[in-house]
Design a protein around this ligand. Sequence first.
Ligand code: ZN
Ligand code: ZN
Length: 251
Amino acid sequence: MKMYPITRLRLWLRCLVSGEKCIACGEMNTRGEGLMCRDCENDLKRSHLLICRECNSFARDCLCAPLIMRNNGVDVLVKYAFYDSEMRDSALNRIIKRLKRIPDGLAFAYFAAILSQPIGRLAAARSFTVENTVVTHIPRSRKMIARDGHDQAKHLAQAIAKRSGFRHKSLLCRLKHGKQQKYLNIDERIENVKGMFSIRKPSELKDKNVILVDDLVTTGATVSEAAKLIYEAGAAYVACVCLAKSDRSKF
Ligand SMILES: [Zn+2]
Ligand SMILES: [Zn+2]
């Protein structure tokens, strides 16, 4: 959007005072409709046009889970968008990177509000109640939390729980950091995540519906490993939720 320098300066000063920043680029927000600047908002719309190759739906309507997740009893993966790793500088990629570094409560609440809609439909279809349902997340390693200062999956899970009216509990414990998954093929990823987690309080999972949250799902190897343990602890049903699902070709 073209703007006179003085107008831009005025908006910038106003944003500086009220602390409004675009959740994608972190620049002072010249306000699009939501929490993003117009440039990022327009760019993000392109991510929303990506279509699932299995069900031909846009991401927000697609519940498809990768084969490895289905093999571990998880047939639903709720997602906000498809993530295209080729589009390195897209608004979505910047949002994901930024949320790793900054615990931006407004951004987590924004995505939780959108994700809570398909979660609400799933909850109604499967009779989820506050008593029989728990929201948990894939924990970062201590090393990553020390580096970034927070755990973005935990923030997202807490925001989703609050918005959906369920309880959040940190029930998984990360035992090892593992190699960086992005350099591994699917078989190496499955090997890499073995023994990565343990369950903190198995009794909290007995007969429960579990909403398992991660920020980014690529092949699904990590969430599958966690889901396997959650089922072993006696959970009745596990559904996964993520901000973005990447690598559509691996479906
Ligand atoms: Zn922006
Ligand atoms: Zn789909």
